[in-house]
Design a protein. Sequence first.
Length: 117
Amino acid sequence: VQLQASGGGLVQAGGSLRLSCAASGRTFSSYFMGWFRQAPGMERRLVARISWSGGSTYYADSVKGRFTISRDIPKNTVYLQMNSLKPEDTAVYYCAARRSTQVEYDWGQGTQVTVSS
């Protein structure tokens, strides 16, 4: 699995960013696609997850109502729309994928998101 994340950057608090993750190397119909983030000195945590086939979603409580995960099946791309960004959203964001029958994720490279106050 190859995962190419993009779209990070510097934004002021209250602003928006959209992250993209281009996926290749597999047929993803039985996969979950996720966005994780890792702030300095912190563990990597799941932010949002989507079922590739059915589109069901999960969000961490800290981003509910502000972030939206979606996928474009023909483009094999997963998005994370981030609105009402807060300084505490600052982190490296990682795209990841796992089969629905597995626990371990395959990882893409991270993209830095910095939210200034």
